[in-house]
Design a protein around this ligand. Structure first.
Ligand code: NAD
Length: 554
């Protein structure tokens, strides 16, 4: 439905700007697609080339020029520039070409963009709040022009597998929020990326003359905690009901923040909980093939960090829902870290590993753990390339008719094994999921299509469902429901070709279903701000989704 030119634009509750001002507003600009009527009504005549194009034509033109660029960094810069001048077209590009765009605007492309953040910086996006702003965070948040419904916040300490990137880590919340809008239609105007700049311990950045962040060592301890507490309080005051997603915090901080705020604010951590849901979904899909029961699986992890313990926690909760007691459920998950198998007798174990420190004689390495524990499932989240070598994969194939092998580490160079290795060394019997994209594999006349256990199947739908239901908490039941939903949308023909997830091109459909389930959990468990549950939550989710196609202004 159109709105009258020059009056309230119906989207942001403010009058439509005219002339060059509307061309310079990325939320309103349509460039050459302003119609003749709009050009007349909005004072744009003479300011644009005469030919009126459609958004489809703009899309084709942009894709042509994008594909000519030599590498992903150049493409990232071009996409960023489009985002800054025409938001609707930017999202149309992402939505219509999600397979091609996700590796550029998110992993792995965004990693390099973060490393070069100072050099490619053009226009600010989101909010940079530094520890020097302590005591004034509420005042700063008042400078944000919109009502934020969803914040993605990082302190830049552990950006992807790249470590401490300080303020350069801002590329991650920006990229993630673009995926919320593209994959689940969360209104971009509701999205606020936040960089909490507490300094960096990265000596290269501290010495880099172009670095744009705070040039000091990282603040830690009580001062850091007080800063975070002030931010959490101010954000909830400024934007009541806001969903806050913690992103790429260092290991100990991530677990601490989640524990501290999960029962008092509407928060989640995608690295821990989103990863867990997508891995559990992959496991449910694999079990549809094997016919096995979740509570009968033995899962051995290579890695014992955020991803490994997050996945273990959700698997345990899902097993408990099937009747296992907590101790028995946790005993079905085993972790291997740099010191070997995590066992009860090991001293000084980090808090998050303790639930999985079982009674067991010391085991020094993954191969030995595999032979002793005889797992049905192995999950690689260690970023150790080649950890699932020929011997590991052959042993899994000897132990299991259909071995379940998830090599989730990113980027591709860190993957525990390639898709080709997983299929070849198990005689084509592996049920495989990956963290990095792999091409289809041909083996003995059969083609396998490995799919990524990508968090972007999960977090966008969680965000949309949370906003839709105005939930006050993000609960484990919501992640369980997301995992079930994602697996249920994986078709029989997906499974037949070895895919444990639906095609990424279906991600908006997936997100709508997940949002509906998340909202349903919120209503039923009484954490939604409103008590009334809509009859058709799926339709409500679909109707709530941001659509990047242009709207008429006249
Ligand atoms: P993390 O730093 O929290 O954990 C890494 C773990 O690996 C640590 O416990 C570490 O001790 C262990 N490790 C490192 N070297 C090892 C070795 N040689 N032997 C045994 N263990 C070793 O990181 P994280 O957030 O858990 O992420 C781990 C990996 O998983 C990363 O590559 C990340 O990109 C990937 N990941 C993928 C997805 C996904 O595909 N959906 C989601 C989250 C994380």
């Amino acid at each position: 439905m159109g709105t009258s030119a020059g009056s309230d634009n119906g989207e942001r509750g403010i009058p439509l700007p005219r002339g060059v001002d509307i061309l310079r507003d990325p939320l309103l600009n349509k460039g050459s697609a302003f119609t003749r009527e709009e050009r007349k009504a909005l004072g744009l005549e003479g300011l644009l080339p005469p030919e009126v194009t459609t958004q489809e034509q703009q899309l084709t033109r942009f894709m042509e020029s994008l594909r000519r660029l030599p590498d992903d960094l150049e493409k990232f810069i071009a996409l960023n520039a489009l985002h800054d001048r025409n938001e609707a077209l930017f999202f149309r590009v992402i939505v219509d070409h999600i397979d091609e765009m996700q590796p550029i605007i998110y992993t792995p492309g965004v990693g390099l963009a973060c490393q070069k953040f100072s050099l490619i910086f053009q226009r600010p996006r989101g909010m940079f709040i530094s520890i020097n702003n302590k005591g004034r965070i509420a005042e700063l948040l008042r400078n944000w022009p919109n009502r934020a419904g969803l914040i993605v916040v990082t302190d830049g300490e552990r950006i992807l597998g790249l470590g401490d990137l300080g303020a350069n880590g801002m590329g991650i919340p920006i990229g993630k929020l673009a995926l919320y809008a593209a994959c689940a239609g969360v209104d971009p105007a509701l999205c606020l990326p936040v960089m909490l700049d507490v300094g960096t311990d990265n000596p290269t950045l501290l010495a880099d003359p172009h670095y744009l962040g705070l040039r000091q060592r990282r603040e830690r301890g009580a001062a850091y905690d007080a800063f975070l507490e002030e931010f959490m309080h101010a954000a909830q005051q400024a934007f009541p009901g806001v969903v806050i997603q913690f992103e790429d915090f260092g290991n100990t901080t991530a677990f601490r923040l989640l524990e501290k705020y999960r029962n008092s604010a509407c928060v989640f951590n995608d690295d821990i909980q989103g990863t867990a849901a997508v891995a559990l979904a992959g496991l449910y899909s694999a079990l549809r093939v094997t016919g096995g029961k979740l509570e009968e699986q033995t899962v051995l992890f290579m890695g014992a960090g955020e991803a490994a313990t997050g996945i273990s926690d959700l698997i345990s909760i899902a097993m408990m829902a099937q009747g296992l007691d907590a101790a028995s459920a946790r005993r079905r998950c085993w972790l291997v870290d740099t010191q070997g198998l995590v066992t009860r007798e090991r001293k000084g174990l980090a808090h998050h590993k303790l639930p999985y420190a079982h009674d067991q004689a010391p085991v020094g390495d993954f191969h030995s753990a595999l032979r002793i524990l005889k797992p049905t499932v192995i999950i690689g989240v260690s970023a150790v390339h080649g950890a699932f070598d020929k011997a590991v994969l052959e042993e899994m194939a000897r132990l299991n008719d259909r071995p379940i092998v998830f090599a989730l580490s990113n980027p591709t160079s860190k993957s525990e094994c390639t898709a080709e290795e997983a299929y070849r060394h198990t005689g084509g019997r592996a049920l495989f999921a990956c963290g990095s994209p792999f091409d289809p594999v041909n083996l003995d006349g059969k083609t396998f299509v490995p799919r990524q256990g990508n968090n972007s199947y999960i977090f966008p739908g969680i965000g949309l469902g949370a906003i839709m239901s105005q939930t006050r908490r993000i609960t484990d039941d919501m992640f369980m429901a997301s995992a079930h939903t994602l697996s249920s949308l994986t078709t029989e023909s997906d499974l037949a070709q070895g895919s444990l997830f639906p095609a990424l091109s279906r991600v908006r459909e997936v997100s709508a279903h997940i949002a509906a389930k998340v909202a349903g959990v919120a209503y039923r468990s009484g954490v939604a701000a409103t008590a009334t549950e809509q009859i058709d939550l799926l339709k409500q989710a679909q109707d709530a989704m941001y659509d990047p196609r242009y709207k008429s202004y006249v």
